[in-house]
Design a protein around this ligand. Structure first.
Ligand code: ZN
Length: 311
């Protein structure tokens, strides 16, 4: 029986890259940990945000497609991405969202209070206080480590076939069902971040990929050897799983579960400091070897972006 520790990263499609940076760094205070290009379309960025150390379980990645069509949030997607904040900081975050005129709603599920809001491009987010998970040792603007987002609390999934998705999470990914209420099932992985997965028990009609939607959710594998085991395991469970792909900062395999959500399994290794040091992560445009020869051209055609404090 294989068990994932929880979410490795979540990847979403958004609009203009500067608006993306302003929201996730400027307002949410996350660290831009990697500035690279879409390996399949090097004229566009692939931006990564996480905690100071780019730990698995903290990483959200974006394909900013300026001018692309808005997607439709629905079945086969992560409906809401959940971030964990330190205990006692919910009021701080309410004030901070208000300061930037971000509208939010407060909701309660499984006895926890959530602040729900959306980013500039319609992606659904929420903050919840959790004791688990290390503090994020990153200061950006007025967001200091004592209040900073620690990483993912988890996610709320929308499935076109919830019973199958729940079964996949339990039988294939090794999560445990811990609770059920108000049409939601809660599952838990053993890690301390990105480990609480809620899923709507009612089937949700298929969404449509585009700006403001999550493209896929990636689960953690320990290292390359563990990853090979995962590929074999997923295949033996009957899924059509891809070959192992080198994503520079991790290895990846993909399969679509029967509720239409695209699952990835990604290695914790080699991580995000293998091509630039901790201190300057995210400063330079990092390119995979196959694009180094067009670096000069790319620096002219890519939209200029800047990480700047908004406080
Ligand atoms: Zn991914």
């Amino acid at each position: 029986m294989k068990k994932t520790a929880g979410i490795h990263h979540i990847t979403a499609i958004v609009g203009h890259p500067q608006e993306n940076i302003d929201f996730y760094a400027g307002i949410l205070g996350l660290r831009l940990i990697k500035k690279t290009v879409n390996f399949d379309d090097p004229d566009t960025y692939h931006l990564y945000f996480g905690d100071d150390a780019a730990k698995p379980g903290t990483i959200i990645t974006f394909f900013p497609w300026t001018g692309a069509a808005q997607g439709k949030i629905g079945g086969g997607q992560v409906g809401v991405t959940t971030y964990a904040i330190p205990i006692g900081t919910l009021t701080y975050w309410e004030n901070r969202l208000a300061k930037f005129t971000i509208q939010y709603e407060k909701t309660i599920r499984f006895d926890e209070t959530y602040l729900q809001f959306e980013d500039y491009h319609g992606l659904q987010l929420e903050l919840v206080e959790r004791a688990a998970g290390q503090l994020n040792n990153w200061t950006f603007g007025e967001v200091t480590p004592d209040v900073a987002i620690k990483g993912f609390g988890g996610a709320l999934l929308y499935s076109t076939d919830p019973a199958s998705t729940i079964e996949t999470l339990q039988e294939t990914m090794g999560l445990e069902k811990v609770s059920e209420e108000n049409g939601l099932v809660r599952l838990k992985a053993y890690g301390d971040l990105g480990n609480i997965i809620d899923i709507k028990k009612e089937a949700v009609a298929l969404g449509q990929m585009g700006v403001g939607t999550v493209h896929h959710i990636a689960w953690r594998a320990k290292d390359e050897a563990d990853h090979v085991d995962w590929q074999d395991h997923v295949y033996k469970q009957g899924y059509d799983v891809t070959e192992i792909k080198d994503r520079n900062y991790f290895n990846a395999i993909y399969f679509r579960e029967y509720g239409d959500i695209l699952f990835e399994i990604a290695t914790d290794t080699p991580g995000f400091t293998h091509d630039e040091p901790y201190e300057t992560m995210g400063h330079e445009l990092k390119l995979p070897a196959q694009y180094e020869n067009i670096r000069e051209q790319l620096t002219k055609t890519l939209i200029p972006i800047e990480v700047k404090e908004l406080d």
